[in-house]
Every structure is written in structure tokens, then in C-alpha cells.
Design a protein. Sequence first.
Length: 275
Amino acid sequence: MSIYTIGDMSYYVEEAGSGEPVMLLHGFTGSSANWHPVMERLAGSFRVLAIDLIGHGRSDAPTEIEQYAMPNIANDLGLLLRQLNAIPAHWLGYSMGGRLALYIAVNHPQWVRSLILESASPGLCDVAERIARRQQDEALADRIESEGIESFVNQWEKIPLFASQEQLTAEARIALRAGRLANSAHGLANSLRGMGTGIQPSLWAQLDAIDKPTLLVAGEMDDKFVALNQQMAEVIPDATLRIANGTGHTVHLEHTDEYGEWVLAFLNDIPKEQP
């Protein structure tokens, strides 16, 4: 567990294992702690790096919105991996982290050995839909700042997207809630403003240019993301799609063992990079 400085930003990183690097990117309201069960499974064969994205966990939560823009965070992560001597890496991202990993694969393919996307999307194609979503994200950001983190988390945990998390153990739900509450209101608000689905540029037109092995994962109860990932699998040249039975948006927490097996099998099937 270490803090790394990139420019004037501090990033918290947890590391385990050795071998080819695997970069783990959490979702909105999450942190590196969400990956602990997955890290345990991967660390026997790989060097696993789990980072707190800015605005989350123990990394900085700046007040300047532009520092949360996806291109700027991507550049920070590239510089961070250079410090860690971890380029190229396998990139594994969940939800918001998956959108960021996909952006990096499209715009910085030299940093990428393979791509694992869980419950992720390439953004919104329709301009009007993107504008409407941006307005929704901005309204939610304002509400987080005005009502405070606890009120937001109470509402966030009840949205239909996370209904399947009821199957988690009481201990897992308590830990997940504690991690959400540990974030700052302005950090989460600015993450929405800088990296939300509404502000993200659509990557659909670039998917057919991805030349890295890609694993797509979605939970069968998450209808929207099952459909999105089926569409992505048809376009990305070297993509494998896995749908996890009996799970929703957070497959890595709801079915950790199966998820870990899929990820390990995928990574182990990629020829090792020569020194």
C-alpha cells in the first residue's frame, strides 16, 4: 500500500503478487478495497495493482473539475504505470473503471496487453441522449454536495441497478457501505461532472480498431448491460463475452469465485510477454 505523486496529485495504490501487471479500476463510489477478493485470486500468477481513482478512497479529491476529465486521469495513470515499471499492463475495469479502461485501450493502446471490462459501456451514441444524461449527472452531483454523502449513499444503495447486491453477505454489504461513506461529497460530485456517462465521448466508432484480447463480463440480471456487451462483442475483433448467471451489475462481488476463474483463464490464455 503506497501513495504515488503524479504532478500535484496523490494516488493510493495497493499491490500484490508478481508477474505481468494487471491494473484494477473500481467503479463510481468504490475504491481499491472492492477488489480485495479478486486480488487474492490473481496475485498467485500476476502482479496486481489496484488504484483509488481521484475523488475516491485515499487518493486526492481536488476541487478543480478538469482534473477529473477522462483524458487527464488516463494520462495520470500512464505516468503512474511508468513509475511502477508496469507498461504494458492488463487492464481490468468495472463500470466507471471499465469505461476508463476502454478509453485507454482506444487512445493509448501501447499501454495495454489485454482488456477486461465488467458491466462497462462505450458511452452514448446519440447527442441528445448524451446531453440529457449530462444534465442528470450534474443534478445528481449538485444533490450530493447539498445533501451530503450519507444521504446520497442511502439513496444510491436503493437504485434498481444494485438490487442484486442483497445476495451479498451482511459482512460484505457493511464493508461496501463503509467504503462508499468514506468518500467525500465533492470528490464524488466532481467524478460525475468529469467522468460521468454524460460527459464521456462515445467510443462506439473506435471499437473495431481494438486489437487487444478482450473479455466482456455482465450479470444476467443486468439487462441493460447484457445488451450493451452483446453489441460490443459483435464489434470488438478479439472479444469473448461471459454472462454470469444469477448476478447483477457487480459480478466480481456477487459471484467472486466464478468471476476470478474467468479472469484467470482469460489472462493465462494470453502468451506471456518476452523479457
